[in-house]
Design a protein around this ligand. Structure first.
Ligand code: ATP
Length: 230
């Protein structure tokens, strides 16, 4: 669950990236954030991922008031959030397996459990056969899927993805978005920033539209209404 209550973010430069933002996302909902370049999409995701902190308002993620999370508690709070980046941020000198295992190693998961979970995550994104490969030998769609496997391996209740299909062709983009939609079906809350309006529309999910840091639309297609299995 994610709740923004009159959240504002002003960067040290004086730039108001988000202004008076209020909305709520239920557990298991998949929601897109869209808007022009500079509208505040990345900033919104960064606040959820504790990469940036709000300068106003209240932000609750996984029942934790993020304003109350102190510096020493950030790593722990982040364990409840899987993050996917456009540039995947994979470690190129490690195997696919090691990249996906990283969040589990950080969390101190037992070795036998790590093997099981990493393979389950790789299976989910269709890359089980590539566990020993170096990321550099994979296509960009495959690298993106490794990044997604890493984000889901610790089964976080919330997944945030910033332009996860930015460099991919339309078919791969649709496949990646389809994967995110599947995570929603098993109770994971998924928030995806994307400027690809065609793709966003096709998926028929709820869409938050930002304009100069303000929420100007919160659009729920019929299929995304509660009780519709969305
Ligand atoms: N670290 C920062 N310091 C100062 N200003 C910033 C910082 N990061 C972002 N901004 C500004 O905040 C506003 C929102 O930026 P943000 O990156 O959230 O937008 P965006 O919608 O993700 O844009 P894009 O689609 O181009 O990635 C922009 O005006 C941007 O210049």
């Amino acid at each position: 669950m994610i709740r923004f209550e009159q959240v504002g973010k002003r960067y040290a430069s004086g730039q108001d990236a988000l202004v008076d933002l209020s909305f709520e996302i239920d557990a298991g909902e998949m929601v897109f954030v869209t808007g022009h370049s500079g509208a505040g999409k990345s900033t919104l995701l960064k606040l959820i991922g504790l990469v940036e902190r709000p300068t106003r308002g209240q932000l609750v993620v996984n029942h934790a008031d993020l304003a109350r999370v102190r510096r020493g508690g950030i790593a722990h709070a982040r364990r409840g959030i899987g993050m996917v980046f456009q540039d995947h941020r994979l470690l190129m000198d490690r195997t696919v397996f090691d990249n996906v295992a990283l969040p589990l190693l950080i969390a101190g998961t037992a070795r036998e459990e790590i093997g099981k979970r990493v393979r389950a995550a790789l299976d989910k994104v269709g890359l089980l056969a590539k566990e020993k490969a170096a990321p550099a030998t994979l296509s960009s769609g495959e690298q993106q899927r490794v990044g997604i496997a890493r984000a889901i391996v610790a089964k976080p209740p919330v997944i945030i993805a910033d332009e996860p299909t930015g460099n991919l062709d339309p078919q791969l983009s649709a496949e990646i978005m389809g994967l995110f939609a599947e995570f929603g079906q098993v109770g994971t809350t998924v928030l995806v920033a994307s400027h690809d309006l065609m793709l966003v529309r096709r998926l028929g999910k709820r869409v938050l539209v930002l304009d100069h840091g303000r929420l100007i639309d919160d659009f729920r297609p019929e299929s995304a209404r509660p009780g519709r299995g969305a």
